[in-house]
Design a binder for this molecule. Sequence first.
Ligand SMILES: Nc1nc2c(ncn2[C@@H]2O[C@H](COP(=O)(O)OP(=O)(O)O)[C@@H](O)[C@H]2O)c(=O)[nH]1
Ligand SMILES: [Mg+2]
Length: 308
Amino acid sequence: MENMFNKWRDSLKKTRDVTFGKIATYFGVTEINDESWDRLEELLIQADVGVKTTLDLIFIAQQTVEREGLTKTEQLRDLVKEEMSKLIDQPEEPDLNQHKPTVIMVTGVNGSGKTTSIGKLAARYKKMGKSVLLVAADTYRAAAIDQLEVWADRVDVPIITSQQDSDPGAVTYDGIKAAIARNIDVVLIDTAGRLHTRFNLMEEIKKVHRVAGKALEGAPHHSWIVLDTTTGQNGLRQAEAFGQAVDLNGAILAKLDTSAKGGMVFGIKEQIGLPVIYAGLGEKVEDLQLFNRENFIEGIFADDNLES
Ligand SMILES: Nc1nc2c(ncn2[C@@H]2O[C@H](COP(=O)(O)OP(=O)(O)O)[C@@H](O)[C@H]2O)c(=O)[nH]1
Ligand SMILES: [Mg+2]
């Protein structure tokens, strides 16, 4: 698992350099005083952990410091790391054997990483021995359909598409029916993501969700939002808006490797109550990985001076 940790550590370099690494270096030699608490609060907020989560964390840490009589900031750092780890869950790989097909709807704003994540998931599930079918329900831009087709070719899985500007509900229905007819294990639905403030988009997403249930009772079995880590707290507000339209049950955190705002993971759990299931650690197919809590926490606090 050593290599796997290295991948996480490398991908989290920006997050570490800009924020969490500073916590690690700042806390080490001095006594805990008022200034340490202020500094900790400042660093956590800067890291996009979110105000509420930050204040909760500090409250818990202050209680523990008092109760256990801790005096060194070094001890405080370990405590913060431990408490942060408790704030997030270790997800399990979603069970794809419960339904046939398992229908997964993927939402999120334009550019967040939906299509790319779907391509990577298709490859992942195929490798796990599952048959996969893609549905191009982002019908607004011809380029969006093309992009998903490129992934279908690359991963070598079937895709159901329609003409540009056609009804996304109709292609969703056709896609699920085709998957049932072909005995497919997993259906991944790519959706449009124009600004979440647009009423029509939310209505459309609700419709795709509803139509999926008409094509197959209980579908979609999973509804995941893709969040672009570079958007930080803004991304969380997007998730809230999508969450009002459809029942989300998980998040995919894309572009963790290009962002310094990895602290967003904590806000996703606490502010919108969603587990992060997968994380995008890079551009390559295998770079979409099951979120790994331990690698994430160790990665954001890693000491770069100790690297070989
Ligand atoms: N570095 C990196 N780039 C990513 C990741 N996920 C997506 N991207 C890039 O983000 C851009 C937008 O992705 P796309 O899937 O088209 O977003 P969509 O509009 O939500 O479908 C593309 O250039 C992707 O290559 C990731 O995890 N890491
Ligand atoms: Mg797309």
